[in-house]
Design a protein around this ligand. Sequence first.
Ligand code: AMP
Ligand code: MG
Length: 327
Amino acid sequence: MKRIIAIFLLLSLSFCSCTHKITPLERNFFAMDTLINVRIWGDKTTLNQVCESIQKYDALLSSHDPGSDICKLNEGGHLILQDQTAELLALASQYSLETGGAFDPTVYPFIEAWRNAKDTPPELQELLSLSEQIGIKNLSLDGNSASLENQAMIDLGAIAKGYTAQKTIEELKNRNVETAIITLGGNVQTLGSKPDGSKWAVGISDPQNPNRAKAVVSFYGSMALVTSGSYQRYYEFGGERYHHILDPKTGYPAQNDLASVTILTQDGTLADAFSTALFVMGLSDACEFWRSRTDFEAVFILNNGSILATEGAIPLLSECEFTVIER
Ligand code: AMP
Ligand code: MG
């Protein structure tokens, strides 16, 4: 079995004007299982501090770093959590309920079954035998105190990057930084508008050729853009690919008409949870879900290459043809 993590940064095509006298400071590093890029229009101390914060969130929220809150909770079944872990678990629980379980941080046993499979994908029977462990009902939260029932285990891989981006933007704001863009794999979040007056331009990867942009989202000001796609990470058995976004009802990679979902909104945590959830739902249910809410817009790329965008995303999209999804 080959475990393949194809790391594609959401292509942040923020064409900064080199003629402007204020130039951003930038840092690239690896954390949270992905490449991270932080660019701030601010000073070096602030850049160092927020990069350190990102590493701290990684150490707290990882499901494979033995010192993390999540590993300790998974191991012992009970833990008094650090404040940030408690806050994120409460949000994860809320989004799991709101998405009818399409986003479910208790899929960890399924993920392990795929990770440990040798020459063939996990058997249906094996996945079925794990289903008691899956479900947000198995997680109880009371303030900072967390407990797991039925040997449940948590994986925050579908939401931790979005939360970290959100928290980093908030920290930058508190440190009086007015402009920044941070990229964590498929998550991009901006703060403020660029000092040179140009728009941010963030590319949505072409699932067939992820280093190329299939569409561009252009805008002024602060926004979170998060993409979940079947091309981002996958397992390979006998030349066959099985992507990493699992349907919590079956334990198998979600199979539908979608190749990727990009969520556009103000909140990085919500964007990350919903990009995963809508990918699992498939186009039709995802559209119904969008119609039931007013807190995000979405861009869908189908397996056949066509692009669909919700009404509110229309003014932001360029360099592509798309079909509009109406309310
Ligand atoms: P994302 O790339 O944000 O869509 O998150 C995918 C990652 O979250 C996977 O690599 C798993 O670690 C985990 N995951 C997979 N399926 C789900 C799901 N349905 N709900 C929550 N987490 C998931
Ligand atoms: Mg996600």
